[in-house]
Design a protein around this ligand. Structure first.
Ligand SMILES: [Zn+2]
Length: 76
């Protein structure tokens, strides 16, 4: 799979940390499976991963805290 952004890069399968801002809070999800461009660093998540991330964001939006750090492998 080639990168859609820079066209030249290759998408390498790996794990990345995902950041989301929820109002005044931050959600950090570690070890999210993704593809990363080896040239420009563009990240692509699969649809099933994105759906899971959305569910996690919904879940943590309801909790009043400043920063959450979640490990994807334990939350998924
Ligand atoms: Zn790229």
């Amino acid at each position: 799979m080639n990168c859609l952004i820079c066209k030249g890069g290759k998408m390498i399968e790996g794990f990345e940390t995902y950041f989301a801002k929820l109002g005044d809070s931050y959600l950090i999800i570690e070890n999210v499976p993704c593809f990363k461009c080896d040239q420009c660093g563009e990240l692509v998540f699969s649809l099933s991963v994105l759906e899971k991330l959305e569910k996690l964001i919904e879940l943590y939006e309801k909790v009043q805290s400043k920063i959450f750090i979640v490990d994807y492998r334990q939350a998924a």
